[in-house]
Design a protein around this ligand. Structure first.
Ligand SMILES: NC(=O)c1ccc[n+]([C@@H]2O[C@H](COP(=O)([O-])OP(=O)(O)OC[C@H]3O[C@@H](n4cnc5c(N)ncnc54)[C@H](OP(=O)(O)O)[C@@H]3O)[C@@H](O)[C@H]2O)c1
Length: 321
């Protein structure tokens, strides 16, 4: 249905976009004509070919995660497409027709989107626009957590929860690239197998076994130097039990609940643990620009080497616009 309607030619100053007037389920998504954005100073207008589905989109659709003030209320945090036009003052090397992908604060579920030029990236050779649309949000999040928040070092053990998720599968590969050792949790043997294919040194099914005990065994009692945690409440006790002394526990999601009940502070203090947290979407443009630059220099070239990075099959969960 969406595919069918979206091929209708909009008037020049209008475009089709996926809108949500009433928060709720997918049935509340509306495809309708809205004003096409115009690139402002320093912005690039992208003709969207593909976008991706993130949990933030479903939360926003339900009314639980509004777009940051001043940003598009249209869903969609990442796109791949072609440069349609440039706003005044764009200094980069982008030109009309270039294939690009971009991190957005919103607005990707539309035919066109504007984005500051600093958040636009080239698409690595060998990747299609559809694959590229699945890169910015998950991979920049994982890169940010590892290098800007946890500041991972060579040889460290990094425990990645949801190791076969979008962010998790990117993190496993970026941990390897950083010369550290990824270990994962996941909820099925297929997912553990996949994480190991991507580079995980060990994987534990958190549904069947006590991952804290397994991590402590794997590290000869030392624990994980870094934990990337998108689960939160339901596994706090096991996280602190397998955090190394002086370790960094990085919270970036609460899929397992937001509340904790117990002596978390005492247990964290006994490990001299660092509890850190991060959200990418609400960061300043300068922070995101620094992140995109670092990712472009240090990680993006590895997508063109077939043996280095793999997009997990279901990460490429994209939509052709
Ligand atoms: N802070 C940020 O800036 C930022 C940025 C991007 C994403 N996120 C957050 O990161 C989390 C992961 O995003 P993603 O796109 O990587 O996820 P995803 O690809 O949709 O995968 C999520 C996986 O998490 C696992 N999981 C474990 N406990 C869960 C629970 N209680 N409820 C649901 N899933 C559970 C499931 O795998 P198993 O079968 O292995 O359990 C599930 O498949 C989300 O919470 C998202 O909102 C945060």
């Amino acid at each position: 249905m969406l595919q069918h309607q979206i091929h209708k030619q909009p008037e020049n100053h209008m475009m089709l976009a996926v809108c949500v007037d009433t928060p709720g389920g997918p049935e509340n998504l509306l495809l309708r004509q809205v004003r096409r954005p115009q690139p402002k100073d320093g912005q690039v207008l992208i003709r969207v070919h593909a976008t991706a589905l993130n949990r933030a989109d479903t939360l926003q659709r339900k009314g639980l995660y509004p777009s940051p003030p001043g940003e598009s209320e249209v869903l969609g945090l990442e796109v791949a497409g072609t440069v349609a036009s440039l706003g005044p003052g764009v200094t980069g090397c982008w030109g009309p027709g270039d294939h690009v992908m971009a991190l957005l604060s919103g607005g990707g579920y539309a035919e066109y989107v504007t984005v500051p030029e600093e958040l636009v990236m080239s698409i690595p050779a060998q990747l299609t626009l559809y694959q590229a649309a699945a890169i910015p949000e998950a991979w920049l999040t994982a890169f940010q957590l590892l290098h800007f928040v946890a500041v991972v070092k060579k040889g460290e053990i990094v425990l990645v929860h949801a190791g076969a998720s979008g962010v998790g599968s990117a993190a496993v590969q970026l941990v390897r690239l950083a010369g550290a050792i990824p270990i994962v949790t996941a909820g099925s043997s297929d997912k553990l197998q996949m994480a190991e294919t991507l580079g995980a040194a060990a994987g534990f099914n958190y549904k069947d076994e006590d991952f804290a005990e397994k991590v402590n065994n794997f590290t000869a009692g030392k624990g994980a130097d870094v934990i990337l945690d998108c689960i939160g409440g339901s596994s706090w006790e096991r996280n602190v039990a397998c955090l190394a002394v002086d370790g960094r526990w990085v919270l970036y999601g609460c899929m397992g609940g937001k509340s904790v009940n117990g002596d978390i502070l005492g247990k964290l203090l006994s490990k001299r643990g660092h509890l850190l947290s991060s959200l990418l979407r609400s960061r300043t443009l300068q922070y995101k620009a620094d992140l995109v630059k670092a990712f472009t220099e240090r990680a993006l070239p590895h997508f063109s080497e077939p043996t280095t990075f793999l997009l997990r099959p279901w990460t490429a969960c994209y939509y052709q616009i």
